[in-house]
Ligand binder design. Structure first.
Ligand code: FAD
Length: 365
């Protein structure tokens, strides 16, 4: 695309979401991004596009339609399986140069964190990594600030006509939120944290009618400098915190009897009808649970139906990962623990005494 110019803002239109799949299964984050992308596209009055890459992925091509995509571009090539940074970067960069979306969203998964910066560098545009909130509409952005910040919104000048993407993410160890804009270059790019954006209901009728457009991007073996010799899979069981309906998390409060505390958490999760056990960083740092269980700013962002915090103080970095849960129940021996500010049900007491009573009560109902 010889006439491609990242500064020619008027030449770009549309919202594009990179739909990540592995071994023929679409990543949940892609559905979250499509759901959010739909809202952004509606605010802009433009189309939402899914971009699907892989080998033999045609069966997945309609799925993005069920989450709001107007069109799905598919690049199907044997050289796109397994994933390599070189091949994916080349293909996505070429597609963006041809289609010129004004916004490109990628999940901040391991794969997305690898891809995002390379694509942004190739396209000579900016990238906001690890965003947790996105806005187009200034009024909606101000509503978000009114709820999530202590900014005085009566001060300063607000451009209500501004249609730039406002990408918000935690900064300085989660002590403040920063909103980043990309006013001079296109596309406006962001990787977005898994689990933070709400996912729409899948609409089978829309999936059925979505337009699928196969694209050909020249790709040769010589484009791929890193060769994948073997894929070694983790054999341990991975607990799916992000998709869980009920999470019972333990914190430093279990230190006096770690084994007993973990057992109580497992039993409580079970009593809720099959929840999973998460942890604060204090627990992971102490080696009592593996890092894939950590909830918070440097762990997972979760929004289950029920989140139970047992012996967790409620540091801002922990709350950043769970405060959007539907119901929060906190048990803490300190009546002034900050976790109670986020809790719908605050139980002040010793978890070793409270949790057995909770399990008993749940078993009765
Ligand atoms: C850059 C950065 C990133 C971070 N990322 C994360 C993150 O992703 N996730 C995270 O969790 N933290 C994170 N942290 C750490 C965070 O600041 C806190 O240190 C951590 O969350 C504390 O964990 P905790 O509340 O479980 O432990 P503690 O601070 O030790 O608190 C233990 C709590 O248990 C209560 N308690 C004690 N005994 C009992 C009992 N018998 N019954 C009931 N309650 C009891 C106490 O009153 C206290 O409130 C991060 C910090 C930094 C600087």
């Amino acid at each position: 695309m010889s006439n491609y110019d990242c500064r020619d803002i008027q030449a770009f239109s549309g919202v594009m979401v990179f739909c990540e799949q592995r071994e023929g299964v679409m990543n949940q984050t892609s559905f979250e991004l499509l759901s959010e992308g739909r809202k952004l596209a509606d605010d802009l009055g433009v189309d939402l596009w899914g971009l699907l890459l892989g080998s033999g992925v045609e069966e997945l091509a309609k799925q993005p339609g069920g989450y709001g995509a107007d069109k799905v571009f598919v690049v199907d090539d044997p050289l796109l399986e397994p994933y390599t940074t070189d091949a994916y970067t080349k293909v996505i960069t070429e597609v963006v140069k041809e289609k010129r979306p004004e916004i490109l969203l990628i999940g901040a998964t391991n794969l997305g964190r690898d891809l995002g910066p390379r694509i942004a560098a190739r396209l000579h545009t900016g990238l906001t990594a690890d965003a947790t909130h996105l806005d187009i509409d200034t009024k909606k952005y101000m509503d978000f600030l009114a709820e999530a910040s202590n900014l005085d919104l009566t001060k300063g000048k607000w451009n209500m006509e501004d249609k730039g993407l406002k990408m918000t993410r935690p900064a300085f160890g989660g002590h403040l939120m920063a909103t980043i804009i990309c006013p001079r270059f296109r596309p406006q790019m962001s990787t977005v944290r898994p689990g933070v954006l709400a996912c729409a209901e899948f609409d089978a009728a829309k999936a059925e009618t979505v337009t699928v457009e196969p694209l050909k991007v020249p790709l040769a073996e010589s484009d791929i400098r890193a060769k994948v010799l073997e894929v070694v899979k983790e054999t341990k069981e991975i607990v799916d915190l992000i998709g869980a309906e009920v999470i019972v998390s333990v914190g430093g409060g279990i230190s006096k009897d770690v084994e007993g505390g973990l057992k109580l958490a497992e039993e409580l999760a079970e009593a809720f009808g099959g929840g999973v056990v998460g942890a604060s960083r204090a627990v992971v740092d102490a080696g009592w649970l593996p890092s894939d269980r950590q909830v918070g700013q440097t762990g997972k962002t979760v929004r289950p139906r029920i989140y139970v915090a047992l012996g967790i103080s409620g540091a801002i970095q922990h709350k950043a990962g769970m405060q959007d849960s539907e119901y929060i129940i906190a048990v803490n021996s300190n009546p002034d623990a900050p976790i109670f500010e986020a809790a719908d049900y605050a139980i002040s007491g010793d978890l070793y005494k409270v949790v057995p009573l909770m399990i008993e009560a749940l078993k009765e109902v």
